[in-house]
Design a protein around this ligand. Structure first.
Ligand code: TYM
Length: 330
């Protein structure tokens, strides 16, 4: 079985439809075909301003959402990054393999730092810690959305470089990106990706939104002034984004949608899509609440996950420590 690892930041109260279609849906599916490790990356979450209490709670809510989406602790290893200290330990080593210029080229850093008043060294080295997350598990495939491609390229480069210098130590990871849903667009501005930092909350559909809120957001999505349901991302980016969402959630195809809505305009199309979204995403909030109701059990699941993760992570870290000439962790 291939080894899979991916992570998600606990930086909002709810994940959104872009997270789900771009990454989390693949996480759930890969449990059956891969040896899968998934982590809530709270170390990454403090690279921008944060409130400790809020962060702690969001990590729990994040884990509960992942369980609600169908991650099964019997079939995958689900853990919180801060419970596995090997991540920052390998991060340090990899940071010493990363060129300053190489890290400076990361577009997410340039993006995020330009939006912040205060930029930290942590934000700068964020992609190095991400590489450590991946390389610790001898990962073959990393299921993510398109916005992570450059970070994965760095992880590959670091693995290849380290192996070249010290001898074979890390598996070189491949991105696992599903083309159709690699970038879900903001509902009010299809030139941008859907994101929790969207300019307006209407553009971002949260998994924990009320079903009626979801319907409203879909019906209010920006389309275009003609009324033909046709997949054409270049000329009809808003509508094409909705068609992408529809085919991903609704077990249909572009051809079927085009035929079904020929001559009927956008109103019917959006109304039906709103129901598909509310039906498929709506129940997640209830299930999330159920997992959150028993905090002790949730924390036990995460602790067991961290123990399983550490077995693999500590083995890789020990190898890397030896290679660079360190003493073994006592
Ligand atoms: P994060 O927390 O921003 O996002 C989690 C996942 O959601 C995907 N995603 C999207 N996919 C499609 N359309 C969108 N609009 C959209 N928005 C977000 C992201 O690509 C991601 O897969 N750096 C990572 C977290 C991370 C990680 C890792 C990932 C830390 N360590 C190791 C993989 C492996 C991040 O910020 O994801």
């Amino acid at each position: 079985k291939p080894r899979v690892l991916s992570g998600i930041q606990p930086t909002s109260d709810s994940f959104h439809l872009g997270n789900y279609l771009g990454a989390l849906r693949q996480w759930v599916a890969l449990q059956d075909t891969a040896d899968a490790f998934y982590c809530v990356v709270d170390l990454h979450a403090i690279t921008v301003d944060h409130d400790p209490k809020v962060l702690h709670e969001r990590s729990r809510v994040s884990a509960a959402q992942l369980l609600a989406l169908g991650l099964d602790p019997e079939r995958c290893t689900l853990f919180v990054q801060s419970q596995v200290p090997e991540h920052p330990m390998l991060g340090w080593i990899l940071g010493c393999e990363t060129g300053f210029g190489e890290a400076s080229r990361m577009t997410q850093f340039k993006d995020k730092s330009s939006k912040q008043e205060r930029t930290t060294v942590g934000l700068f080295t964020y992609p190095v810690l991400q590489a450590a997350d991946i390389l610790l598990y001898q990962t073959d495939q990393v299921p993510v959305g398109e916005d992570q491609r450059q970070h994965l390229e760095l992880s590959r480069d670091l693995a290849i470089r380290f192996n070249g210098t010290y001898g074979r130590t890390f598996t070189v990871p491949d991105p696992y990106i599903v083309k159709e849903t690699a970038t879900i667009k903001d509902l009010t501005d299809p030139a941008k990706k859907m994101s929790k930092t969207s300019s307006t909350p209407k553009g971002c559909l949260y998994l924990l939104d009320e079903p009626n809120q979801m319907r409203k957001k879909i019906k209010g999505a920006v389309t275009d002034s003609d009324a033909e349901v046709r997949f054409d991302p270049e000329n009809k980016p808003g509508l094409s984004n909705l068609m992408n969402i529809y085919t991903a959630l609704g077990n249909t195809t572009f051809e079927k949608l085009e035929a079904e809505y020929a001559g009927r305009g956008y109103g019917d199309f959006k109304g039906d899509l709103a129901e598909v979204v509310a039906d498929s995403i709506g129940p997640i909030a209830t299930r999330t609440k159920e997992f959150l109701a028993d905090k002790a059990e949730l924390d036990r699941i995460l602790e067991r996950g961290a123990e399983k993760a550490r077995i693999v992570a500590s083995r890789t870290l020990a190898k890397a420590y030896k290679k660079v000439g360190f003493f073994a962790p006592a």
